[in-house]
Design a protein around this ligand. Sequence first.
Ligand SMILES: [Zn+2]
Length: 250
Amino acid sequence: MSILTSAASTAAPTPRAQRSNDINVAIGAAYSPLGNGLSVNLWATPDMDDYAYEAVYDAARISLPDAEDNVRTQLAEHNVQVRAFLNEDGPLTAQQRGADWMTRWSCTPHCINEHGTPTAPEWHAGVPVETVHRAIDCCYSDAEKATLPFLAVKTVVSNDKPQAYGRKTQVWLDYGRSIGELSPAEGRELLESMRAFLPLFEIVVEQAERSARDDFEGDPEIARLDQEAEHRRAAAITAKERVRKSGASS
Ligand SMILES: [Zn+2]
């Protein structure tokens, strides 16, 4: 499972249907640390096709069996029994698949690509790391934002017919659906630039927080009167325009 949703509620989920109180839970190791120092994050899934709940766990903090116990306990508090855990741990790395696999596909140790399947890329990609924060671009729907990380980054190695074309290592950085293909040196440069940007970002957020103390909601009644006045003004301009045009055509 590569998806972490910070949008997902960290509050204990509510059972969807009291009559169906034994459910499946999809569980997988998170590729990035969970927010707020959590070891397990559990949420209800939007559809009931495969499973009713999903969970991710931080493998650095908790084992899979303990994560499953944690989920079982959380749900038991709501009278929900776990029927089965559907394991969605990330794909095997080439190293885990063994030397034969690595030789056959000229894989890098951390490559997770499913070589041999029709849609598998020819290059070798490591496990992506993602920001816990989801995409923020206002052109995406909330559902799209929940499935896309704000930023994700992975290494990619291209070594197809290396004697002819050589071997090239890159850092691929995703921003929403945009991909930047960087050389390691460019990746380093970007990293330094982001580091330098953070204190400036912080200053702007602090300014905004101070400014937001003076924010307030408008009066809906005054807003209604203002909109009515706007409509009257627009109608008057249209009417005047019509008169002018009819005068010009006669
Ligand atoms: Zn590979």
